[in-house]
Design a protein around this ligand. Sequence first.
Ligand code: AMP
Length: 393
Amino acid sequence: MGAATWVLVLNSGSSSLKYQLIDMAGADADGGAERLASGIVERIGEPGGVADHGEALRRAAGELKEQGLGLDSPRLAAVGHRVVHGGTRFTEPTLITDDVLAGIEDLVPLAPLHNPANITGIKVARELRPDLPQVAVFDTAFHATLPEAAARYAIDTATADRYGIRRYGFHGTSHAYVSRATAKLLGRDPADVNVIVLHLGNGASASAVRGGVCVDTSMGLTPLEGLVMGTRSGDLDPAVVFHLERVAGMSTDDIDRLLNKRSGLLGLCGDNDMREIGRRMAEGDKAAQLAFDVYVHRLRRYVGAFSAVLGRVDAITFTAGVGENSAAVRGAALAGLHNLGVTMDPVRNAVRGHAPRLVSADDSRVAVAVVPTDEELEIARDTYALAAAPQDG
Ligand code: AMP
């Protein structure tokens, strides 16, 4: 019988539960963690799906049991939960107590779409294994280092403070992992490297990381701000909201749905999958081309802005579904940026791969990298470090 070195990582979305079981026994800073199993239970609370997150976790537990990886195993050391919003209270991975859970519940108004599902996931996992440490790893935590100049919105300070209105940033686990992995790819100490990370998945965000510390990010109070995403608008003039209310007679909830679920690539062309948009563009589809162009234009704006924020940029790194797979997006986003020190290598950029790699030319002053993100591994690491690693003495 081995020591308790397994970490169960749970990512509870509104209608899905993603899980991974990771063995941290051989893990060190350079890897060595072993993914034992992973899966997803979808359509929670939908017709034809499972009823709730409790049933979803029991289903996941059943799937693991069939692979000889029962969650009743003494090798399971801890459960790590992705929690979307940590507000200003939670700036580090946190061992979950009743008080912490109440704190996460207090943050629901800031993340009404995400935190409730995370809370349900925590409660269900605690019921399943009440004896185990449970750790919350917050999507906002990596951005807690944002200087006030970057975190503050220029609105009345008393109002902002009273309602917790500031830029929190999200995808922090990914930005942290990818910025570190970029330094490793360059063979340099993360403390000496300045990186712009472009996390381009269905949700998308950019961050400026100086010496391992996040100093700016594109998402704000919620994950709606910043880049154009699959179904989210990203940046717009806030007066668009008043205009829709006053002129189109839309309710707050209507506008919330419009901007979060029916905008972005989907709103522009009817598709939110970059693969489909690529296919349509190849056939000369104008709406798909426009969606791509708007997406790329926004991306370039952030690359320029974050170059100025950082002053010296050592690397620009693409990650997540679009960033890892779309050579077209990478190429268009960084084309003609020689004045910023960026020279792509089109051949390297076109090569598909799963390993971290450089796609810039050898003489590019700024390295351009593709680094597959691994949020689950990062959560497992944080969880194990806090809850399960053998203690001294
Ligand atoms: P993620 O949220 O990181 O899972 O990313 C999901 C998105 O990645 C999808 O909606 C697609 O738009 C995009 N994606 C996945 N594979 C590819 C690909 N081969 N080429 C272009 N985009 C892709």
